[in-house]
Design a protein around this ligand. Structure first.
Ligand code: ZN
Length: 134
């Protein structure tokens, strides 16, 4: 997705309200690829709202973040992690996982089977359509 669609909230004052909750939720693991012992930062899943919203924020590692922000750098093997994250109970993690799988599916076959298994309700489908990875 382009920089215009995503904001990086590290150090943002609004984030301090729920930053601790995010840290607790992710328990020091990247919420997408499960990497631990690496630097994690907050990524806000589009559509970006005026105020930071806990339900749009996820904690991810630099590797994931870099590839989301610059899809030209995508190493599709890294994203095998979506096999797990797509089942996350954390809704923004699930939403971004589906969006990434759809993006990768344009060039690779493997996400197809996974995408067929996941159930999305109308609200979730609507949300995913607003996540532009381009
Ligand atoms: Zn990661």
């Amino acid at each position: 997705m382009s920089r215009g669609h995503a904001r990086h909230y590290e150090g943002h004052h609004g984030l301090s309200v729920f930053g601790k909750d995010l840290v607790r939720r992710c328990s020091a693991h990247c919420e997408l690829c499960d990497a631990q012992g690496v630097k994690l930062s907050v990524f806000e899943v589009p559509p970006v709202l005026t105020e930071p919203d806990y339900d749009h924020c996820i904690m991810i590692c630099d590797t994931c973040q870099k590839q989301i922000m610059r899809p030209g750098l995508i190493d599709h093997n890294h994203w095998r992690c979506l096999n797990n994250s797509i089942w996350s109970e954390v809704v923004p993690v699930k939403m971004l996982s589906v969006a990434m799988l759809r993006y990768i599916h344009r060039q690779h076959a493997w996400p197809g089977a996974l995408l067929e298994q996941v159930y999305l309700d109308a609200d979730e489908e609507n949300w995913i359509e607003q996540i532009e990875i381009c």
